[in-house]
Ligand binder design. Structure first.
Ligand code: AMO
Length: 439
């Protein structure tokens, strides 16, 4: 077989149009069988699988090998895709030279459990990514990003990319990774927060960024990664917090609608169900959320703690029971919980901010921002931050800044919850956690 044959490749999905013809196929061996001396091979390319038939079992290529083969397309109602290939010639382009840790076909949908352990799946990522279920996750991820992109451009947002090497932190509690930067110390960006605010303060007004965010969080949980993909938006002149929550709601609805149509088969393969978001989603304030979760309303005598993971589960159960939805906004967080840039509300102990919870997990945080120069400086100091360290950020306000607001969504958590994956690591191609920086 020559490279010229190679160029005449026919994809598996198009084989039906070539019945009776000799075709060239390229792909991977995902199974092989010996039936009374006749060999059967499943060959997989990006569009599907087809059965190859070889007269002599001695010609069976190695499992997971990469093939170029030539053969005649024959109709066979009992075969996958109703066609099979009677092979004339096979070239093995590459064959495994190591014993593979598992057969990728045996990796079940993560919701099923069973099969290789999560550690084995992640240690052998190059292999597990070949599995049918992981291909579905990769495709859904890609379609989700396309839907976000298309929705936001439709709302007149411009895509930006901002530096991930930065001087300092923005998100308060979350840890910062330190890196050596020539003669000084720098950090990996926790979020594009200050950059996106800077852009929203220009006449561009509306921006979004999809990029990596780094959090040096020591705990290992099923919801935390040390590097995640943040979908960030920021806009000038929102009417109020409701405006931002409305935009969020429209965005998530557009994404779910797109996935339901574009990824029907992949969603079914993963045994997932898209959340029903046809009704307006409930919006409750933080004190009410705490009361629902703990049975007690925060008060001066009983100051509130942040919503715990258990609280988030209870609040989502409540939303399902009371409103028939799996999602809920919690707004008006106490000031001490939110970062320095968050706009306080009429009650100065509260903020114009929200978290969005889906299926028991925080998917997004957002809110209105302080835009007054004096107010931001006071807020910085209150949080123990040094205005001198943030002088270029402060110039955004000192130079005149419009009211603005936005939100950030963790891509992996979004995929995790839409597909009901038991751990956020399954939603990441190459998860980074405290004990994993390989592969
Ligand atoms: P926040 O810190 O809440 O807000 O992050 C926003 C969203 O990012 C995701 N996320 C994470 N996902 C996986 N692992 C982590 N360690 C992790 N940390 C955060 C979550 C979370 O809801 N600048 C603000 C956003 C804004 O106000 O615009 C921010 O970063 O899904």
């Amino acid at each position: 077989l020559t490279t010229k044959d190679d160029a005449n490749r026919v994809l598996v999905r198009d084989l039906k149009a070539h019945i009776g013809s000799n075709v060239n196929l390229l792909g991977r061996v995902t199974a092989k069988r010996d039936h009374g001396g006749i060999g059967f091979i499943d060959l997989q390319d990006r569009t599907g699988k087809v059965q190859l038939v070889v007269d002599d079992v001695k010609e069976l290529p190695p499992f997971q090998g990469i093939l170029h083969c030539q053969g005649v397309v024959i109709e066979n109602d009992r075969a996958l895709g109703a066609v099979e290939i009677h092979v004339k010639e096979i070239d093995v382009l590459a064959a495994p030279t190591i014993e593979l840790a598992f057969d990728p076909e045996t990796v079940p949908p993560p919701c099923d459990g069973g099969g290789p352990s999560m550690k084995t799946i992640l240690d052998n990522r190059e292999l597990s990514l070949r599995s049918t279920h992981n291909q579905a996750i990769v495709r859904i991820n890609s379609e989700l990003l396309a839907a976000v992109d298309s929705f936001l451009r439709g709302e007149e947002f411009f895509e930006i990319k901002t530096p991930k090497i930065v001087a300092g932190g923005t998100e308060g509690g979350a840890g910062l990774f330190e890196i050596r930067y020539f003669e000084r110390v720098a950090h990996l960006a926790q979020s594009p927060q200050l950059f996106k605010q800077t852009l929203a303060s220009t006449p561009i007004e509306r921006v979004f960024e999809i990029g990596p965010a780094f959090r040096s969080e020591k705990h290992e949980t099923g919801r935390h990664l040390n590097e995640f993909t943040s979908i960030d938006i920021e806009m000038a002149y929102p009417t109020d917090l409701t405006d931002i929550m409305d935009l969020f709601e429209d965005l998530i609805r557009a994404v779910v609608q797109h996935l339901s149509a574009a990824c029907k088969e992949d969603i079914a393969l993963l045994k997932a169900k898209m959340p029903k978001l046809d009704r307006r989603l409930p919006r409750i304030d933080f004190d009410t959320a705490k009361e629902i979760a703990t049975g007690k309303r925060p008060s001066r005598a009983r100051p509130a703690e942040h919503l715990s993971p258990e609280d988030e589960l209870v609040v989502c159960d409540w939303a399902l029971k009371e409103h028939g939805t799996e999602a809920v906004f919690v707004h008006s967080f106490p000031r001490w919980i939110r970062p320095f840039y968050t706009k306080p509300s009429g009650n100065p102990k509260k903020t114009e901010s929200f978290d969005f919870l889906l299926r028991g997990l925080e998917l997004s945080s957002g809110g209105l921002r302080i835009y007054d120069a004096q107010e931001i400086e006071t807020s910085l100091k209150k949080k123990g931050l040094d205005p001198l360290q943030l002088s270029s950020y402060l110039r955004v306000f000192r130079g005149g800044c419009p009211p603005h607001g936005g939100f950030g969504i963790g891509l992996e958590r979004f995929v995790q919850k839409l597909l009901a994956l038991p751990n956020v690591r399954y939603a990441s191609l190459f998860p980074r956690d405290r004990s994993r920086i390989e592969p």
